[in-house]
Design a protein around this ligand. Structure first.
Ligand code: S3P
Length: 174
């Protein structure tokens, strides 16, 4: 993969950003970073604990600071948490560097199925109606990403990563 180009995956909770990023990095033989994992590692607690103990504003500040750090790292693929791209400062940071942003989109039902099946606590999606409201609100911001990739329900995350590698990388990096 080209030395200068890097990719950031965004999209709603449960869409599969982290898993797709993992497959994409393996396919392209490059390093990847998961923003939420770095936050949890640095803070020695889960994202849910940070939000519950200190509130969403404080979490967003930690998220922005961590994003600033990982944008300086050598990782070529970055998976954001679902809210990171909705913060204007984060979008500015990302756009000021050489990143291609990819919005992974799937239906709300698909995201909700993954959210409710996961053991992970997502404080901003504790029930279906809150999650749906957030999902609908955020569409207009996710669509500011450079690329929009709609995940077909029949594809698994490896196949999604493969399609991104084939389609997006073909146009962007050749
Ligand atoms: C959030 C999404 C979560 C996590 C936090 C807030 C959001 O990440 O960053 O709970 O605002 O959408 P995932 O998208 O990986 O669930």
């Amino acid at each position: 993969m080209s030395n200068e180009k890097r990719v950031i995956l965004t999209g709603f909770m449960g869409v599969g950003k982290s898993t797709v990023a993992k497959h994409l990095a393996a396919l392209l033989d490059c390093e990847r970073i998961d923003l939420d994992s770095v936050i949890q590692y640095n803070e020695h607690r889960t994202i849910a604990e940070i939000i519950e103990q200190e509130g969403i504003e404080r979490f967003r500040r930690i998220e922005t600071e961590t994003l600033r750090q990982i944008l300086e790292s050598s990782a070529k693929i970055i998976a954001l948490g679902g809210g990171a791209w909705t913060i204007e400062e984060n979008r500015r940071l990302i756009k000021s560097r050489n990143y291609t942003t990819v919005w992974l989109e799937s239906s709300f039902e698909h995201c909700w199925l993954n959210i409710s099946a996961s053991k992970r606590v997502r404080p901003l999606a504790r029930n279906k109606s809150d999650a749906l409201r957030l999902f609908e609100e955020r569409q207009r911001v996710y669509c500011l990403a450079d690329w929009h990739f709609i995940i077909k329900p029949e594809l698994n995350s490896f196949e999604v990563a493969k399609q991104i590698a084939e389609e997006i990388f073909f146009y962007e990096f050749n």
